[in-house]
Design a protein around this ligand. Sequence first.
Ligand SMILES: Nc1ncnc2c1ncn2[C@@H]1O[C@H](COP(=O)(O)OP(=O)(O)OP(=O)(O)O)[C@@H](O)[C@H]1O
Ligand SMILES: [Mg+2]
Ligand SMILES: [Zn+2]
Length: 155
Amino acid sequence: MKDEAAQQGLLISPIKNGTVIDHITAGEALNVLKIIGITGTTHECLSVATNVKSRMMGKKDIVKIENRELMEEEVDRIALIAPNASINIIRNYKVFEKKGVRIPGLLVGVVRCPNPGCISNTNEPIQSRFEVAPNGLHCLYCDWVITKDITAHII
Ligand SMILES: Nc1ncnc2c1ncn2[C@@H]1O[C@H](COP(=O)(O)OP(=O)(O)OP(=O)(O)O)[C@@H](O)[C@H]1O
Ligand SMILES: [Mg+2]
Ligand SMILES: [Zn+2]
């Protein structure tokens, strides 16, 4: 059986500059992209590998984004979906910086409140604000708590 690096090499060619999000929980790559705001209509040059064999995790997903270095706030959002993810900043083909992800305390404008009566769902120019609590995401406007399937609520 091919080793991990060789298998990845076949799937994805090296990038010169950008970000590699490695060790994503298997199956969550597209949700990771969604929570950092990358959709089918944005213009990043992306490679996505899902269910890659990993010695450490069994299976994992990997995302490579060319010519974009993720900001701290974006990196931490990833922790909500893939707490074991590692972020590798690539400069001139080499890993320039490697960092983990930390669950953020506050999410501003990231998820939509499921409560139709919430002020964040009106025409007021208000961004959603959720506190990340042990039992889920807590809306700071109406006290609604999102307890499961966070990804379904990403804006
Ligand atoms: N220039 C590059 N283009 C694309 N992917 C890269 C590049 N350099 C490294 N990577 C990928 O970034 C990740 C981290 O690279 P690194 O060389 O640190 O591997 P590693 O030693 O296995 O790291 P870790 O201990 O975090 O698993 C790997 O998935 C690797 O394939
Ligand atoms: Mg590795
Ligand atoms: Zn609310």
